[in-house]
Design a protein around this ligand. Structure first.
Ligand SMILES: [Zn+2]
Length: 191
């Protein structure tokens, strides 16, 4: 299969990463809009993080929104569209790396957006692996809610207190809150 509407032979991978609240999805959608203005066909995907499948809206509540197909695993990422976008890529497992590589090798422009570190401040697979394979990487900052400096970390709060280091990495639907924080204001409990 070769992608339709392909302007040139080479595919490539673009990674948009950073912490929560850094505008990654907005940046993904900005690139998508520009590609469409150039007449390129675009297909967007998002992982299923709960029981909702089918299609969903991604993007800001008050502005640019786009429809994405919800998929259960990276295996399902396939499209004839020249531009393939993947939002919330950190919810996929490491199969995503091979899948994205094969799309790029078949001539697709693949744009992947997702957070690169866990609430423990550690690399969050598969984003670091994707960053190593990508042609283009942009790491966006948020604004630290504590001090206003550039924020790069995902502060997890459970009942208003920093989460414990032994908490699981991904808890969907738990009663918790995240904030963007800088290196100095980032806290994790280890006691
Ligand atoms: Zn700070």
């Amino acid at each position: 299969m070769s992608p339709r509407n392909r302007p040139e032979e080479n595919g490539w991978i673009e990674v948009i990463t950073g912490c929560m609240f850094s505008g990654k999805t907005e940046e993904l959608l900005r690139r998508v809009r520009r590609a469409e203005l150039a007449g390129h066909e675009v297909k967007l995907f998002k992982p299923a993080v709960d029981d909702r499948y089918g299609e969903t809206e991604i993007g800001s509540h008050n502005g640019n929104q786009r429809t994405a197909e919800v998929v259960e695993s990276a295996e399902e990422l396939d499209s004839e569209a020249y531009v393939v976008g993947v939002d919330e890529a950190n919810f996929f497992d490491e199969q995503l790396v091979d899948k994205v590589q094969s799309l790029a090798e078949r001539g697709h422009r693949v744009i992947v957006s997702g957070i690169d570190s866990t609430f423990r401040g550690e690399p969050f697979p598969p984003l670091p692996q994707l960053m190593a394979q990508a042609e283009f990487v942009d790491k966006l900052n948020a604004v630290c809610v504590k001090c206003g400096e550039p924020a790069t970390r995902n502060q997890r709060l459970v009942d208003g207190e920093p989460a414990h280091i032994d908490d699981p990495t991904v808890v969907v639907g738990a009663d918790e809150k995240y904030e963007a924080r800088c290196r100095s204001c980032f806290k994790i409990r280890t006691d």
